[in-house]
Design a protein around this ligand. Structure first.
Ligand code: 0WD
Length: 254
């Protein structure tokens, strides 16, 4: 029993136990969902496998969003195991660390395309693969950041990618609404994770949020997980195309 009882979900983007995706996986599991996790490569497998065991989650295999064959295998595996899917979490982003510093103006074409491919296009291709499995309707959730709306120091090309990701949420919401699939995003406040460690001066950004947000603190992956429950469960059955801030309220002052 529980809010997520009977729901089956695939969660992409657990790198370690500090990942936002891990906070979401834990919240979904604690409320009764059955979940599956993927890992980006062998190095990640060592860290994700024990987390999957701890959560009682299925290991849905290797998944690098730049390798379409790996996506085919993951979705084939889910189809075989469950025959359907109720929710999917996309918590994946990448950009060359050297360009998350200095000027946006200096972004290279190669890194621009790679950042958009991994951080934006991946959500669209995953949505397309999830659609046929979401036979009872479903919920797709991605993670974004305030740098999509306002210029944040060092966020650079990733801010441009998140703006495109948020626009994708709206277009996908329209495309998938007829299939009763909802598409939403959580705009999380800064959290110290592996991905965040690539952003220049991240400690300063954390402190800035702590001093200036209405709640006077940063948020945790667990808090993002609890908010995600609303989107992944039927509580939000009337909500799609939304970008919801879980950021201690920073966006009302920043
Ligand atoms: O402050 C933060 N940490 C915020 C993160 C604030 C607001 C939003 N976000 C977003 C991120 O942009 C991302 O979309 O949340 C999402 C999850 O990020 P995270 O939890 O902060 O970071 P992390 O634990 O590192 O997980 C992201 C993972 C990767 O880890 P690394 O460390 O390698 O970047 O995304 C995965 C990978 O596991 N990933 C990929 N997965 C499949 N294929 C790929 C890929 N090509 N590239 C990265």
């Amino acid at each position: 029993t529980g809010l997520m009882a009977g729901k089956k979900g695939l969660i992409l983007g657990v790198a370690n136990n500090r990942s936002i995706a891990y906070g979401i996986a834990k919240a979904a599991r604690d409320h009764g969902a059955e979940i599956a996790l993927t890992y980006q490569g062998e190095a990640f497998k060592k860290r994700v496998e024990p987390l999957a065991n701890e959560l009682g989650a299925h290991l849905a295999g290797y998944c690098d969003v730049t390798d379409p064959a790996s996506l085919d295998a993951v979705f084939d595996g889910v189809k075989e195991k469950w025959g359907k899917l109720d929710f999917l979490v996309h918590a994946i982003a990448f950009s060359d660390k050297d360009e998350l510093d200095g000027r946006y103006l200096d972004t290279t074409r190669d890194n621009f395309l790679r950042t958009m491919d991994i951080s934006v296009y991946s959500f669209t291709t995953i949505a397309k693969r999830a659609e046929p499995l979401m036979t009872d309707g479903g919920s797709l959730l991605t993670l974004t950041y305030y740098g999509a709306e306002k210029v944040m120091p060092h966020y650079n090309v990733m801010g441009v990618a998140k703006a495109a990701l948020e626009a994708s949420v709206r277009y996908l919401a329209v495309d998938l609404g007829g299939s009763r699939i909802r598409v939403n995003a959580i705009s999380a406040g800064p959290i110290k994770t592996l991905a965040a460690s690539g952003i220049g001066d991240f400690r300063y950004i954390l402190k800035w949020n702590e001093y200036n947000s209405p709640l006077k603190r940063t948020v945790t992956p667990e808090e993002v997980g609890d908010s995600a429950l609303y989107f992944l469960s039927d509580l939000s059955r009337g909500v799609t195309g939304e970008v919801h801030h879980v950021d201690s309220g920073y966006h009302v002052v920043g």
